[in-house]
Design a protein around this ligand. Sequence first.
Ligand code: HEM
Length: 413
Amino acid sequence: MQKLDELELPYLAMEDPAFAVDPLPHFAKAREQHPWLADCAFGKVVHQFDAIKDILYLDHSLVGAYTDVVDIMGARGTSWGRFQQESMLGSSGEKHARMRRVLAPAFTPQRAKNHRPLMKEVIARHLDEWVPRGAFDFEEFASLFPIRVMCSLIGASHDVIPSIRSSLETFGMSMSMDKAILPNLVEAMDVLDAFVQDLVAQRLKARKPAGEEDLLETLVSTLDDGGLSERELYDLLIFLFVAGYDTSKNALTLAMDSLLLQPELYQRCAEDLDFCRKVVEENFRFLTTSTIARTVTKDIVYRDVLIPEGSLLFFTVNVAGRDPTAVEEPDSFDPERAQSRRHIAFGQGVHICLGQFIARAQIEEGLHQIAQRIRNPRRTGPSSWRPFFGVWGLIGLPIEFDPAPARALEEVG
Ligand code: HEM
């Protein structure tokens, strides 16, 4: 058996901004030296599709690496540090299972389906506001759409959006491993905390009657029966806003970026919602947003390598769909490909994304209407890239286009 620290592994400079711009050649080179493992500045990287899937399933030997990340960031004792360590992704065992039980009924595929009319309405209004401009930064446009959907789903007024959006942007850098931004993270945490505390206080003064419950009502009612403590409720609400914000925005922006180069696929998205679904799934395979971090809590032996307790592992889910050992012709963007291996954009194991059905529904509905109203989109300038660690994606996607009028909602289908 080989020991992890005795292996000669390639180094992936994932902390380097240049790496984030074009990571795939680095992974191809790393694969030549070791089929599934590499070193990085903060731990080891598991980069092969099957290895990511197999090891992420070993939940009994892993925990979300939030204590390690808080230490790397020097954030013990800060409000952001406390949140990271205690939040849903940082929790395990019975505490995590309890949180999951509280949220699960609100996140079923059927519930996501029921929310589609609301999503259609939100995106239609958002497009009405933005399309007449004829040119804008698609990333900025896309950032406002999921946050509006989240406010509507949770039951928060859309008036709060300007005041929390920049805090959500900052919070999206939580796992970027950049110590310099700690003061901004703490400030963002405090803004979001005050926001959710106010949201809950308002709701406690005016409860929703039976039959009209929204997600906030469902969550607030857990205070009555002791399902969640007040602090857990605030943290969960913050977590839901954060988890659904830049992931969805970045996924939609990455999809648009791919489609700018494939106008015939974009045109089909305008005509056919079912085809949009295929494009969205293919895009989750092609490039997605998240790197998952775990600390090993019990020794793991995998493919004859001993991964000892205490190891910090990064799983590059964001580029795993481009692994040629798992996917045929991984660099071709083909929405009609046989999905012989499903992508792992939403993770694997007990922490698999609870919001995945909502995320899919809002991106599919969004793309369908965007393709109808933003005709013939052209890129008008360059993008840059977010840090590769954490939630990756494009910064800025300037486009111009031919504006098209709204169709009646019933016609949008
Ligand atoms: C394209 C959009 C999204 C992507 C790519 C995404 C990705 C992920 C990933 C990879 C994880 C697992 C992280 C880990 O194992 O450490 C996760 C967890 C989670 N996501 Fe998402 N997510 C998206 C949208 C959403 C939305 C819209 C919501 C809520 C409205 C949401 C709620 C959650 C929750 C609650 C968890 C934690 C589950 C747990 O700890 O048991 N996500 N997401």
